[in-house]
Design a protein around this ligand. Sequence first.
Ligand code: ATP
Length: 563
Amino acid sequence: MPATPKTMDAIVALCRRRGFIWQSSEIYGGINGFWDYGPLGAELKKNLKDAWWHDIVRCPGKGPDGHFIDMVGVDCTIIMHPKVWEASGHVAGFNDPMVDDKETKDRFRADHLWGLIITDAPGDAAFDLKMTVASMLRNGYTVVHYSFVAGSLGEVTDYVKTNPKELREFGKVDGDIVPHPFGVAVPYPKGKCGLIFPISVDEQKIHYLELPSPFTGKRGTLTEPRQFNLMFESHAGPIKDEANKVYLRPETAQGIFTQFWNVVDTSRVKVPFGIAQIGKAFRNEVTPRNFTFRSREFEQMEIEFFIRPEKANEWYKFWRDSRFAWWQSVGLAGENLQLREHDRDELAHYAKEGAGTSDIEYRFPFTAPGYGELEGVAHRTDFDLRQHANTCGKGDKLKYFDQELQVKLQNEGASKDEINAKSRYFPHVIEPSAGADRGTLALLCEAFTPDETRPSGVYMKFQPRIAPIKAGIFPLVNKDGMPEIAEKLYLELRQSWCVQFDEKQTIGKRYARMDEAGTPYCFTVDGETAGTQTVTVRHRDTQQQERVGLDKVGAFLKEKMSM
Ligand code: ATP
C-alpha cells in the first residue's frame, strides 16, 4: 500500500473510520460545531486529561521558589449566577465581529478576512508598505489581481494552492508559501508574486461597501462588521424571562475565581498556590470550523495560580516554560509546537498591565504554515478577584490575608500601617488555560504517520502513556490452549490498563488494526508459550518482535507507560 499522505482529509477519515471522532447527531446530518468522541477518541482524550490532572494537581514539581507547588482541584457548575458574567466582563465584551453577505446569507468572522494581491514585480520586495484595503483599492501597486478570502490563514493558503479557477491564469503556486511581515508571500511563475494579508476590522468598517464579497466577488453585498456575543443563553426555571436568564459558561476560569475564598478557608493553601479545573465550556462561535479546533462545545483544562503581585514575572515565565515542556512530554516534541509571546496590542483587557501573555501553538495541517493556539498563558493581574469582590458588594473585605508576609514585615521592623497595607491584598493570577479538544486533535495530527509498509499506508504513533489502547493480547490460533493463556493475561492486564483481546482474523490483520488505533505493543501467545512461558511482543513503530516472559508482561508495560 502506498503511504497515505498526511492531509487533514486523511486524518478526519481515519478518525471517523476507526471511531476516534464523529459528528454529533450524525444520523440527522450533524450539527455544526459539535463533535462526539468514539471508543478510541474517548480513551485518548481521557488519557490527555488524566495526564494533565496527574502532573498538575496530584504530582506537581517545584516552582521557581524551590518549593513544591501547592495545587488543588475543583469541579464547578456550567451554569452560574448571571452576575458572574457581568463581573467578568463577558456580558459586555465577549464578542466576535461578524459580517454577513446579504445576498448569499453566508457569514464570516470579520477578523478572519484576508486579501490576496498579485503583482507582476517578482519577489516579496514589491510589498514594501503595510497592505491596507485602502491601498489595494487605490491600486497603488502594479496589481494584476486581487480577491478576498474568508477563513484561517491555513485555509486561505490551501485555497490558493489548489489553483482555483479565478487564479488559473497566473499558473500554479511555484515554490514555498513563506511567512512575510504582513502575511504570507505566494510565489507564482513568470515573475509574479502574491501576498495574502489580513484586513483589519477597522478597515472593513470604513470600506465594507467597496469590498468584494469573499463568496461571490460582488461589491456592496457585505454588511458592516457588528459585534456578536458568544455566550449561549438559557433560562433557569419554568419562566423564560430576563430575570431567569442564565449563560452556559464560556470558560471554566470563573468557577475557580468565585470559589477562591472557599478554597482558602477550607484547604490550608497559602499564596502562592493554584486551583485547577477540567470542564466543559461553550461558545457560540460565528464560524465553527477545522474539525474540533473551533467547536461550540469543548473542554478546557485551566489553572489559576495565585501569587503576590511582585512575583508575577517569575511565575509567568515559570508557567509559560513548564506548560510548553508538558506538551512536549505528552508527544508534541517536534517542530510543530511553538511558543509565541503576544505583542502588547493583542492583549486582553485584563492583561495589558501584566507580565505578559503567550500562546503555546501547534502547526495543524489546516493552519500550516501558520500555527493554532493550544493553550494560552496569561498574567490576569488581580482583575477577576477584584471584580467579583466589588460586584458582590464585599469589596476590600475579601482581600487575602498573607500571614507569612505579615510576620516577615514585622521582623523587618515595618510600621503597623505598612504591615496592614501590604499583608492584605488581592492576589495576582497567572492563568495557563488549555483546550482538551485542541490538545487531542494535535495529538491525532502528530501521531498520523504515513508508512508504505502498513496495510492502510498509515499508523498512529501515540506516546504509550497517551495511546488509547496500551496493548493487544492475541492467541496466535484458537486452539492448543492458546486462547486460555491469552485470556488470563488479558484479565490480569486490564486491571491496570486499557488493553484489548482479539482472537479474530489473521495475526497480520490484527496488527494492522492495532497500528491504526496507535497501540504501542501487541502480545501474542503462540505455540512456544506453554513450554517456555514466554509470549512475543511486537513493537508498533519498528514492527520488530522479541520474546518476553509471561510473568514479566505487566512489568514491561509499566516501565513503558512511565517513559
Ligand atoms: P481562539 O483565539 O482560537 O478563539 P481563545 O484565545 O479565545 O482561542 P481562550 O479563551 O484562551 O481561547 O481559551 C483557552 C483554550 O480553550 C484555547 O487555548 C483553546 O485550546 C480552547 N478553546 C477556546 N475556544 C475553543 C473552541 N471554540 N473550540 C475548541 N477549543 C477552544
